[in-house]
Design a protein around this ligand. Structure first.
Ligand SMILES: NC(=O)CC[C@H](N)C(=O)O
Length: 318
């Protein structure tokens, strides 16, 4: 059964009402001082479909820090620039460790497990930065995101970037460790300055859902990467997009997704839609707590999952 726009809108509203009624919204990312003061009682969800109007519910017009969701866009740029040569520097396996972990990096001699943990994202950014200045790399990122979302009103929050530059000691440790293994082409200051600024991109849930359309595919979606690359980026989002919570997200939601400590999650329903949720409170993996619960409910109510519909939905397609 095809889901009508009215039914999809009702699903988004129901999910928002339930999220707002929750009395355990999780804990905001207080290790980044600028994010520590965000009100955790905010919730937004947006659904973008190629060639159709974007549907929203909740605080969908409030910009938030996309943080690690930016790693998806930077990966697309790095693959566009280097192709498969990127995989000499970073792997494609889930890490089963926290996003800031250094454990595998030491064991595996400075080659991070995947581009979505911090160490791997630092390498990815470093690759985009090779032969370019930070402002050129960040300009390319903003151009990509704005083109994907078809929206020029997407910016970086300088205060958030400076807040991480001042306090991001673990990321500096990771960058120096990468450098010691010859897996950083630029200085830690240059690469991390760029990385922190990419994490400080802000978007509303509606803008983020729109920006994800390039990963949905199909003739009406923005064509920024090849269909083969869409499939591969989605595979990495499914296996690595939620760090050591990736298995849990795949089990509960069944869709490729990428989270950020700002509380945003971008999930893709291949060939159908791009969904963004935002709730700043995090679970113990550092992924949005209510956002994950909302996506689980969304997958159940729509029946949209790459593993087939759940019994309760009885619906497919869209
Ligand atoms: N999981 C995240 O969103 C982490 C991003 C954050 N900028 C950091 O490097 O710690």
């Amino acid at each position: 059964m095809t889901l009508t726009t009215a039914r999809l809108q009702a699903i988004l509203s129901e999910i928002t009402d339930l999220a707002r009624a929750s009395d355990s919204p999780g804990k905001v990312a207080d290790y980044i001082p600028e994010l520590a003061c965000i009100d955790p009682r905010q919730f937004a969800i947006a659904l973008a479909r190629p060639g159709k109007p974007t549907l929203v519910a909740g605080d969908a017009a409030v910009p938030f820090s996309i943080q690690s969701v930016s790693k998806v866009f930077m990966l697309a740029l790095a693959l566009g620039k280097m192709g498969d040569r990127l995989w000499a520097r970073v792997g494609r396996e889930p890490s089963g460790q926290a996003f800031y972990s250094m454990l595998h990096l030491e064991l595996e001699k400075g080659r991070p497990r995947n581009p979505f943990i911090n160490a791997g994202a630092i390498v990815t950014t470093d690759a985009v930065l090779q032969g370019a200045s930070p402002s050129e790399a960040l300009g390319a990122l903003l151009r990509f995101v704005r083109a994907a979302a078809n929206d020029d009103d997407i910016h970086m929050n300088e205060r958030v970037a400076q807040s991480e530059i001042a306090t991001g000691h673990r990321n500096f440790a990771l960058a120096h460790y990468l450098l010691s293994h010859g897996n950083l082409a630029n200085t830690p200051d240059l690469t991390l300055g760029t990385y922190f600024h990419q994490c400080a991109v802000e978007m509303t849930a509606a803008q983020l859902a729109n920006a994800g359309l390039f990963l949905v595919g199909g003739s009406d979606a923005p064509r920024l990467v090849s269909p083969q690359r869409i499939r591969r980026i989605n595979a990495l989002m499914m296996t690595c997009g939620h760090y050591d919570g990736s298995g849990d997200y795949a089990y509960r939601v069944g869709l490729p997704g990428k989270s950020g400590v700002g509380g945003g999650i971008l999930s893709i329903v291949p060939g159908v839609a791009s969904v963004a949720v935002w709730s700043p409170g995090l679970n113990h993996y550092g992924n949005s707590k209510l956002g994950t619960e909302a996506m689980e409910r969304f997958a159940r109510l729509t029946g949209w999952s790459v593993f087939g519909p759940t019994a309760a939905s009885g619906q497919t397609g869209g």
